[in-house]
Write a new protein. Structure first.
Length: 117
């Protein structure tokens, strides 16, 4: 069997496979950097007030509906929209919990005839 010298074929010299592996390292590093940037962006986005997240999400949806974007741009906007929707959901769930607590307190005190109000 003749050796072709291609690193992905059996019998290929090991020396030729090493540069390819070294070339993959910057790609892996870039992916790790993007993941760290995503975590940072998510942390910053989580601090957005509800109204700001809602307004940004509304604008983002309008941009997606208008079209004319590349696939990559559309995907990036979609991912940002998912994060914004999660932020809005967290705010709304927190508001519901606060209202439920307030209503439960109100109901507890109204059952007590000695309560001032």
């Amino acid at each position: 069997m003749a050796r072709s010298g291609a690193p992905d074929q059996p019998g290929a010299p090991a020396e030729r496979a090493r540069p390819q592996a070294a070339a993959e390292r910057p790609q892996k590093r870039a992916a790790a950097d993007r993941t760290a940037a995503d975590r940072t962006a998510a942390g910053q986005a989580a601090r957005l007030p509800y109204e700001q997240a809602r307004d940004e999400l509304t604008d983002l949806v309008k941009r997606l509906e208008a079209g004319g974007l590349t696939l990559e741009q559309s995907l990036e906007l979609w991912e940002r929209g998912e994060r914004l929707a999660d932020i809005c959901t967290e705010w709304l769930e927190g508001a519901r919990a606060r209202l439920a607590t307030a209503m439960a307190r109100r109901n507890d005190t109204s059952a007590d005839p000695a309560a001032p109000f």
